[in-house]
Design a protein around this ligand. Structure first.
Ligand SMILES: Cc1cc2nc3c(=O)[nH]c(=O)nc-3n(C[C@H](O)[C@H](O)[C@H](O)COP(=O)(O)OP(=O)(O)OC[C@H]3O[C@@H](n4cnc5c(N)ncnc54)[C@H](O)[C@@H]3O)c2cc1C
Length: 293
């Protein structure tokens, strides 16, 4: 349980961090450390250099930017910052739900949304909600910034389109519009565990109450976080009636491809994708209508 030897760097600016990542191509960014350090202790990861970004100031923000029409989330915003934010609780309940279900208070105090997004573990909760929200990530590298839709971030388990010399500096979420609401439903074996299955759903209704836009993201339902596109498209233009919810949940289940492990067999997990999707959609609808959370 002792990591292999590594060099440690603690830059004080984003620019310095990128210079270090450019110089040491096998270096790893250290944010909350709650995914990286366990892997290093097991020697499944043996980066020769750690670039600790925790001393870079002003990366822990969560703020709305009306000009950009985005909620902007800095690389050091921690799970716990979302849980304690009234802005998130009131305007982004899907993110509030998600934060509250991650690990335990120790994990939430240190772990960052950006670290979870960059780590690309299909069992991570944030990516499912961010896929439902059509989020974007900002990657900053030696030649500047590029904005990547989260739908283009994941390529395989623990693998993203981020380059070795890029830092994920920001996550952006579209500002909520009228008649929109979201929810995250997580099935876990016990409090503090990773999800058996998690589902994030975000709905926007039109003036007549039909679905104007829908987002559905699945956690731990395949080798990557999954956006259930067919289920989303099915709902567009329809009322959120029980039959339509059931059909969308069925389509979400069909998009899933879980493996059997100690959290359950494949058939059970697929059935739980369907059930968690139903629950997330119902709660998202209630919130979109302005009802109780
Ligand atoms: C006991 C325990 C329970 C947990 N339970 C859950 C759970 O229920 N749900 C869940 O979703 N997660 C869970 N986690 C994981 C936790 O949420 C992690 O904190 C999170 O996945 C990673 O965030 P981090 O800031 O700790 O990243 P780190 O561990 O520091 O980094 C993870 C990876 O991302 C890279 N990285 C980090 N930040 C950046 C960046 N800004 N730019 C580029 N690359 C970056 C690192 O180089 C590394 O490869 C659990 C962890 C533990 C230890």
């Amino acid at each position: 349980m002792i990591p292999a030897a590594f060099k440690y760097a603690s830059p004080s600016t984003v620019q310095q961090a990128i210079e270090l990542l450019s110089k040491h191509r096998d270096a790893k960014v250290l944010a909350g450390g709650h995914s990286l350090l366990p892997l290093m202790k097991l020697r499944l990861a043996m980066p020769p250099v750690l670039v600790d970004i925790n001393r870079i100031p002003d990366l822990d923000y969560i703020r709305e930017d009306p000009q950009l029409n985005r909620l902007r989330i800095g690389a050091l915003a921690r799970h716990d910052d979302f849980e304690r934010s009234s802005l998130i609780e009131q305007r982004y309940p899907i993110l509030w739900d998600t934060a509250r279900g991650i690990g335990d208070p120790l994990v939430r105090n240190r772990g960052t949304m950006a670290g979870a997004v960059a780590h690309a573990d299909p069992a991570a909760d944030w990516p499912a909600s961010l896929l439902a929200l059509n989020a974007e990530v900002v990657a900053t590298g030696p030649t500047g910034e590029r904005v990547i839709p989260i739908t283009e971030l994941y390529v395989a388990i623990l693998t993203t389109t981020l380059r070795a010399d890029e830092l994920l500096t920001e996550i952006r979420v579209p500002l909520p519009t009228e008649r929109s609401g979201g929810a995250y439903e997580k099935l876990e074996r016990k409090v503090g565990d990773y999800a058996v299955i998690g589902v994030g759903a975000q709905l926007t209704l039109d003036a007549s109450g039909n679905v104007a836009s829908a987002g559905i993201g699945l956690c731990n339902a395949g080798s990557m976080s999954i956006k259930a596109t067919q289920a989303e498209n099915f709902l567009i233009g329809k009322p959120v009636a029980p039959d339509n919810v059931n059909q969308a949940a069925q389509l979400a289940m069909e998009a899933s491809d879980p493996i059997e492990d100690d959290r359950g067999p494949v058939d059970y997990k697929r059935a739980m994708v369907r059930e968690m999707t139903r629950r997330a959609l119902r709660r998202a609808l209630e919130r979109a209508r302005g009802g109780a959370a």
